[in-house]
Design a protein around this ligand. Structure first.
Ligand code: PDD
Length: 289
């Protein structure tokens, strides 16, 4: 299987892609990233991902990348990896660039390092069916979680703890408020209403979360963007984690608390259904174009 990546304007085999040890991404985790889905070659909410990338770069004071060419470059990258018609995951990372190590931001303009890779991808349909266990984990991250930075140590530590406890995700809790997962947003159902943490500096404004809020509107599920407290967990009837790779995945257990009747609930199923219909529509559009 070919593995061609994109690095700073070139398509090249992964083993030929080299980055300086003084890349600030390597030294400081000084960069931002996006993960984007391609369903049978059709990108899902590319504009939302690219706008969020621009936002992250702006907040980090990294010069913007030219996003007008990104879709085309990713299409080329998929083609070169023979994934143009497949379900794939696109990884895109931009770091501040190469400069002698100093905490001070470079005074002169340096060229950001732009890296992209693609891989074949299928979501875990079995987990979307059965639902998953998650754990709660103290939010040891910084207070700019609205930036999709590549500095992900707390996320990795929390995810590792989750795995060691047989869970697939950890939800960060700050002041008893459940904010989001290590790589996903979180929402809960109380009676017939969907509740999710408001966007703030403590959460990432997830693309899937945004899509689910839109789907709720179109299928008539009332939504509230309110804090969700850890001590309210046992009162919720359903829960979900949402992300580009997890899509809409039901949560049936948080630590030792079983949610609802321990199975994916009815509203979760409606939202999964609506989500899959949206993806199907995307694929039909692709076939007709
Ligand atoms: N994670 N919150 C965090 C902390 C995330 O890292 C992600 C995405 C999300 C969900 O965002 P979206 O719906 O736009 O994917 C929420 C990506 C997929 C990752 O790190 O792999």
């Amino acid at each position: 299987m070919e593995n061609i990546v994109y690095l700073n304007g070139e398509f090249l085999p992964l083993e030929d892609a080299h980055i300086s040890p003084f890349d600030r991404g390597f030294n400081f985790g000084d960069g931002a990233y996006e993960v984007i889905r391609s369903y049978a070659g059709k990108f899902f909410r590319m504009d939302d991902h690219l706008n969020r990338l621009l936002y992250s770069l702006h907040e980090l004071m990294i010069p913007p990348v030219d996003i007008t060419s990104v879709s085309h470059l990713i299409t080329q990258l998929l083609e070169k990896n023979k994934l143009a018609m497949s379900d794939a995951l696109v990884y895109m990372q931009v770091t501040r660039g190469v400069f002698p190590r100093s905490h001070q931001l470079p005074s002169q303009e340096i060229r950001p390092t732009v890296f992209m890779s693609v891989s074949q991808f299928q979501p875990q349909h079995d987990l979307q069916e059965t639902g998953v266990k998650v754990i709660l984990f103290p939010d040891i991250r910084w207070t700019r979680c609205d930036i999709k930075t590549i500095s992900l140590l707390p996320n990795m530590m929390a995810r590792n703890k989750a795995t060691s406890e047989g869970a697939i995700e950890a939800l960060f809790v700050r002041d008893d408020i459940i904010l989001e997962g290590t790589r996903s947003n979180f929402c809960a159902i109380y009676r017939d209403q969907l509740i999710t943490a408001p966007t703030s500096r403590f959460t990432l404004a997830g693309v899937t979360r945004k899509v689910v809020l839109e789907l709720c509107k179109s299928v008539g599920i009332p939504t509230y963007e309110n804090p969700i407290y850890a001590n309210q967990l046992r009162h919720f009837h359903e829960m979900m984690i949402l992300s580009t790779s997890l899509e809409v995945t039901p949560v049936v257990q948080v630590d030792n608390t079983i949610i609802g009747d321990g199975k994916a609930g009815e509203i979760t199923r409606r939202l999964q259904d609506a989500f899959h219909k949206l993806v199907e529509k995307l694929q039909v559009q692709a076939e007709l174009s």
